[in-house]
Write a protein that binds this ligand. Structure first.
Ligand SMILES: Cc1cc2nc3c(=O)[nH]c(=O)nc-3n(C[C@H](O)[C@H](O)[C@H](O)COP(=O)(O)OP(=O)(O)OC[C@H]3O[C@@H](n4cnc5c(N)ncnc54)[C@H](O)[C@@H]3O)c2cc1C
Length: 288
């Protein structure tokens, strides 16, 4: 295994060994190797690259290193900066996974159950991609997750740029069991008072996080942004939950013959109720 000391060295190592793959915490990659799904011809370890293990402030944004571990993001100083991402990091698996697993690995794996992903979607975060000869390009995180903008073979996620909104934000996750586990559904809600916006993303129920844009706009129009405390009636919170859930898990299309659409299966109905409850609670907490 090659252990470069900088992002550019890591990119150069990958360019020199096209069959090698990058490994950060190894929690996803080694699981795939152990299950016989992957046999990399070489590994480029990212664990010694100090420049991507922390974060810095830049023009109202936080520039997060891809090597930040979930454990580091879960600490109080990070939670004061980006509370929803810290909450997602604290929920990302058992302690040994959170100690090793990284933000960059969570994004590059792009698993539907990646806890950081709905938060980054709601925050409209962007990725700084490092390429050969010091090249850097920036893309919305949603483009990578949607497969619209794939990483080239010798490219790495270097940093994640997140706007600092200085407003409440909440991440909630349902696992279908007690204790740590993969999400069956998750919801991130972010308030953006400067733009009078509510942004919401639902994770785990589709290949990538879903943004219920109409529900976001509708609920934002009900909030008294100039009031001393932005608050909403419980009925409005409930309606927001239903709106989000129906947008993300729509009713089946009616058949072409004009007969009524088939009902949702009990499992899908349960998932829809879970999403509605998570969205209602997340917005309620953000506004409380
Ligand atoms: C038992 C268990 C429980 C888990 N529970 C959860 C959970 O509850 N929530 C959750 O979100 N995740 C969970 N995970 C998944 C995993 O911990 C996370 O996805 C983690 O963030 C992956 O990071 P890593 O550094 O270990 O990635 P690695 O395993 O090192 O890499 C994963 C993939 O990303 C690529 N990669 C890594 N870093 C970069 C980079 N900077 N640029 C480009 N490509 C890169 C690698 O080549 C590889 O393809 C769990 C995993 C296990 C094994």
């Amino acid at each position: 295994m090659t252990l470069p000391a900088s992002l550019d060295e890591a990119v150069a190592a990958l360019a020199a060994m096209p069959a090698a793959v990058p490994v950060a915490g190894g929690t996803d990659l080694m699981a795939a190797v152990n299950r016989g799904l992957l046999r990399p011809a070489g590994l480029v370890g990212l664990g010694r690259i100090n420049e991507i293990r922390g974060w810095q402030y830049q023009d109202g944004h936080a520039l997060l290193g891809a090597g930040l571990t979930h454990a580091r993001m879960g600490r109080p100083d990070f939670a004061a900066l980006i509370p929803a991402l810290a909450a997602a990091a604290r929920a990302a698996g058992p302690p040994q996974i959170r100690n090793a697993g990284t933000l960059g690995g969570n994004i590059a794996s792009a698993a539907p159950t990646g806890d950081a992903l709905p938060v980054l979607a709601a925050l409209e975060a962007t990725l700084v991609i490092a390429g050969q000869d010091g090249a850097r390009r920036e893309i919305p995180v949603s483009h990578l997750l949607a497969g619209r903008d794939m990483l080239a073979p010798a490219e790495l996620i270097g940093y994640v740029r997140v706007p600092l909104l200085h407003a409440p934000q909440v991440f909630l996750k349902a696992t279908g069991r007690t204790g740590p586990g993969r999400a069956t559904a998750s919801v991130a809600v972010v308030l953006d008072p400067a733009r009078r916006g509510v942004r919401c993303a639902v994770g785990a129920i589709a290949p990538m996080p879903l943004r219920p844009l109409e529900a976001e706009r509708w609920i934002a129009s009900l909030i008294d942004w100039d009031g001393e405390r932005a608050a909403l009636a419980p009925e409005a919170l409930g309606a927001f939950g239903e709106y989000v859930a129906a947008a993300c898990i729509p009713d089946p299309e009616p058949p072409a013959d004009g007969s009524p659409p088939p009902p949702l299966s009990p499992a899908v109905l349960h998932l829809r109720r879970t999403v509605a409850a998570l969205a209602r609670r997340a917005l309620g907490r953000a506004l409380s």
